[in-house]
Design a protein around this ligand. Structure first.
Ligand SMILES: Cc1cc2nc3c(=O)[nH]c(=O)nc-3n(C[C@H](O)[C@H](O)[C@H](O)COP(=O)(O)O)c2cc1C
Length: 201
């Protein structure tokens, strides 16, 4: 059975444009894969991921047998997020742009899934990602126009981070210019929906 993990990162919950596009893709995916298991992880609105701090990172690097109860809880939470990723064949990421970057809660999520010895390991040849054989679709919603320009640091950041964990098959679908005018928004969403239909075909 195929498992699809949908990660929503909009502060606007399911009303976010990125979440809505991700939802549309998942609906189309389910038509093609009716027995697929869908898991939804909302990292920003419904269940915001806490920011990494010294205490939380300290839990990660403390030996299991030496962890306090609080540290066990922190690691168990991180393990839950990581297990969702490990079990996913397909990952759908709803990705808003906020202030030129990814939502801070998504960064916090990334900070909780990048674990040495768990999702990547250090070798003589440098770090090696341990999450492989996954396809990722990213639905990037933006008020302005950035794709293909040096201002789009978001795309390379997300690609580089996923590659660090071993995930290299990553496709971006953009809905840009959502804040420029109603016409621009309508055209961008129509283009993104056409992309979804193409991917679903
Ligand atoms: C706090 C905030 C910051 C934003 N910063 C940017 C930005 O830097 N560049 C941009 O193109 N759009 C920016 N936008 C517009 C969002 O990218 C746009 O509303 C998009 O639809 C957000 O995704 P969402 O609807 O899934 O939440 C910003 C929106 C908010 C609420």
């Amino acid at each position: 059975m195929t498992t699809l993990l949908q990660i929503n990162a909009s502060i606007n919950n399911s009303n976010g444009q990125s979440s809505q596009l991700a939802n549309q893709f998942v609906a189309a995916f389910l038509v093609r894969n009716p027995s697929a298991k869908i898991v939804v992880r909302d990292v920003a609105a419904a269940e915001p991921v806490p920011h990494l701090n010294a205490e939380r990172f300290g839990a990660f690097i403390t030996k299991p047998e030496e962890r306090s109860t609080a540290q066990h809880a922190v690691v168990a939470y991180s393990d839950t997020l990581i297990n969702e990723l490990k079990q996913a064949d397909v990952i759908v990421l709803g990705l808003p742009m906020y202030n030129f970057g990814v939502p801070s809660q998504l960064k916090a999520y990334f900070d909780h899934i990048a674990r040495a010895g768990v999702t990547f390991k250090y070798t003589d040849m440098g770090p090696v990602g341990l999450l492989t054989s996954k396809k990722v679709y990213v639905f990037a919603a933006r008020g302005g126009l950035y794709a293909g320009s040096p201002l789009d640091t978001q795309t390379s950041y997300v690609r580089d981070f996923l590659r660090f964990l071993g995930i290299t098959d990553v496709e971006f679908i953009y809905a840009e210019g959502l804040g420029i005018s109603p016409q621009s928004k309508e055209a961008a969403l129509a283009k993104a929906v056409a992309e979804i239909e193409r991917l679903a075909a």
